[in-house]
Design a protein around this ligand. Structure first.
Ligand SMILES: Nc1ncnc2c1ncn2[C@@H]1O[C@H](COP(=O)(O)OP(=O)(O)O)[C@@H](O)[C@H]1O
Ligand SMILES: [Mg+2]
Length: 402
């Protein structure tokens, strides 16, 4: 595969010719970080962005016979309603070139299209977006369940997928269940190399070499979990190796999500101390809440985790349950918990088919709740919406003293 892994953009491909859209799409589909939408212009409106509400990161426009009206349509938009533009078409025509410039074209690519030129143009735009926002927030979030089966793994997988696909962030999901973790399976991925080999070879790794150990989902999400060549680590793993690996992952990702088994050993404590957020996943059950209470106390008192870093997530929430969200809040001494509804059918189908909820049960309430959770995890969203933050992770801001 071409060197494509770093480009993370959402593209809208627009043309009046279906075969052009087809060939662009099949070419670009090989670049997993790209999210593709297409629009076949049939007649009527000449503004290529007409009725496009969710603006893409880049508009790739193949110029048709009505190129003048198309470019004028774009040029007439205000700059904030006009994404960076790549124009594919004749570059001989001086008038077309001038209008394309006025419409904000970053590149004019002649036909027949050279793949490498298109990719280089996209890479430039992606790089500019990164450098325009050098202080973007990077976050590490640990998902930990209060008891096995609460849904920690399921929520970590789907929140990570939402961040990568909907919020178009560079996201890696790390499965720290070293013995029996199966996160790649949730995404229908079967990597050869995985986390344990990465840890063994960490001293030789840099950002590029690390890519060889990450399984890549079509959404662009990277998964670092068990690989087929990994063997059960009966003797545990080196904490130093974990520290080095975490540092490498932080360099090259906006978000690191970690699925952490509840066993609190040295590795788990290190990961928790390093994390910005801890999502504590519980259910409406007396025994779960008992364990959740012990875990919260341990996090707060022994690991000195401040209250605003812990979010309580009630999974499989049922408002008819004898245990209410308010009971959970007062029992754990946390703020208002985040509620994820119970949905046996969609969740089972999603897991069985290896398709995250966003692809499988998009309209389901459980998906919407997880999208909300992902939004709160997004560093930029935190910066932009302090009000939302106050209602979200800071909802958990006033636990009882341990
Ligand atoms: N919101 C939900 N609604 C219905 N079933 C769920 C939900 N979340 C998780 N499950 C079910 O619970 C099972 C256990 O979830 P899992 O993520 O493996 O738990 P954990 O990692 O906490 O042990 C999943 O296989 C799935 O069938
Ligand atoms: Mg699990």
């Amino acid at each position: 595969m071409a060197d494509s892994t770093e480009i993370r953009l959402k593209l809208l491909l627009v043309s009046r010719r279906k075969e052009i859209l087809d060939s662009l799409q099949s070419l670009l589909r090989r670049y997993p970080g790209l999210t593709l939408d297409r629009k076949l212009v049939v007649n009527g409106h000449t503004d290529p962005l007409h009725e496009v509400t969710d603006l893409p990161d880049v508009l790739v426009l193949h110029l048709g016979e009505t190129w003048r009206a198309e470019l004028e349509g774009l040029a007439g938009r205000s700059a904030d309603r006009r994404p960076p533009l790549i124009v594919i078409g004749s570059t001989q025509d001086a008038a077309a070139m001038r209008l394309a410039m006025q419409a904000g074209a970053r590149d004019l690519l002649p036909v027949p299209l050279v793949e490498a030129d298109l990719i280089a143009a996209l890479r430039r735009i992606d790089r500019d977006r990164q450098t325009a926002n050098p202080d973007r927030k990077r976050t590490t979030t640990v998902f930990i369940n209060a008891k096995g089966g609460c849904g920690g793994t399921f929520l970590a997988c789907n929140a990570a997928h939402a961040l990568a696909s909907r919020f178009r962030k560079r996201v890696v999901l790390v499965d720290l269940d070293l013995q029996f973790g199966a996160i790649p399976v949730y995404f229908d991925l079967f990597p050869g190399r995985g986390l344990l080999q990465a840890l063994q070879n960490v001293d030789e790794l840099d950002e590029t070499a690390l890519e060889g150990y990450l399984a890549r989902h079509q959404s662009g999400l990277s998964v670092l979990g068990q690989g087929a060549q990994d063997t059960l680590p009966l003797g545990g793993v080196s904490l130093d190796a974990v520290k080095k690996l975490m540092m490498l992952l932080e360099q090259s990702h906006d978000h690191i999500l970690i699925d952490l088994p509840r066993h609190l050993n040295a590795l788990a404590c290190h990961v928790i101390e390093r994390a910005d957020h801890i999502a504590l996943v519980v259910q409406q059950s007396v025994t779960v809440l008992r364990d959740a209470g012990r875990l919260t106390t341990c996090l707060r008192r022994d690991l000195a985790v401040s209250a605003d870093r812990i979010a309580t997530v009630v999974n499989r929430y049922d408002r008819r349950s004898a245990i209410s969200a308010e009971d959970i809040r007062s029992t754990l001494g946390c703020g208002e918990p985040i509620l994820v509804p119970n949905d046996y059918r969609n969740v089972e189908e999603s897991i069985t088919t290896g398709q995250p909820l966003m692809s499988h049960g998009r309209a389901a309430a459980v998906n919407k709740a997880i999208q909300g959770l992902a939004k709160q995890l997004d560093g930029d969203a935190f910066e932009e919406r302090r009000g939302l933050l106050a209602r979200a992770f800071s909802r958990v801001a006033k636990p009882k003293s341990p």
